[in-house]
Ligand binder design. Structure first.
Ligand code: MG
Ligand code: ZN
Length: 166
């Protein structure tokens, strides 16, 4: 299967300063995100979210808060006929030096273990951070970088803009 690996914060939903996340209870979708996810789906990409959530182990949000936010996000996506195949998240603090925090490859490796029919050569990764591009480059996945250009990636102005460059 072909996968669109998607960063969450700053790509699908709005991102905030770490300290602000403590009081965020519901997702605010970025303009164009819903229509682009739908387009990716019609192009036969399965959608897998990979998200760094060091906010959890660094104490900015609780694990419950993370799961509640995720439920609300998925409900809204389902209302828009968007099916997220899976979400992989890294809850670790930066000091824990885990192997899943992007740009480390652990979350994609976990996806490859769980879904053995993923064709990485036909998959893409979309994110707004240099770590997203670094991860994609390491795994030889075509990267789309939202915002400032970085590394070996196709630069886009928003998730919406990806639609024009697929
Ligand atoms: Mg991001
Ligand atoms: Zn981790």
């Amino acid at each position: 299967m072909n996968v669109a690996f998607l960063d969450r914060d700053g790509t699908i939903v709005k991102d905030y300063e770490d300290s602000t996340w403590s009081r965020i209870t519901r997702p605010e979708f970025i303009e164009g995100a819903i229509s682009t996810l739908r387009k990716l789906q019609t192009l036969d990409y399965r959608l897998i979210i990979i998200t760094n959530q060091y906010l959890i182990n660094e104490g900015y949000i609780s694990i419950n808060q993370y799961h509640q936010f995720t439920s609300l996000m998925l409900e809204e996506l389902i209302r828009n006929e968007i099916e997220i195949t899976d979400i992989f998240f890294c809850p670790h603090a930066k000091r824990e030096q885990c192997n899943c925090m992007k740009s480390k490859t652990g979350m994609i490796e976990a996806a490859l273990t769980k879904y053995t029919n993923i064709d990485l050569s036909e998959s893409i990764l979309i994110g707004d951070s240099p770590v997203d591009v670094e991860l994609a480059n390491q795994m030889n996945i075509k990267a789309f970088k939202i915002g400032l250009p970085y590394g070996n990636s196709t630069n886009v102005t928003s998730l919406y803009d990806v639609q024009n460059k697929l």
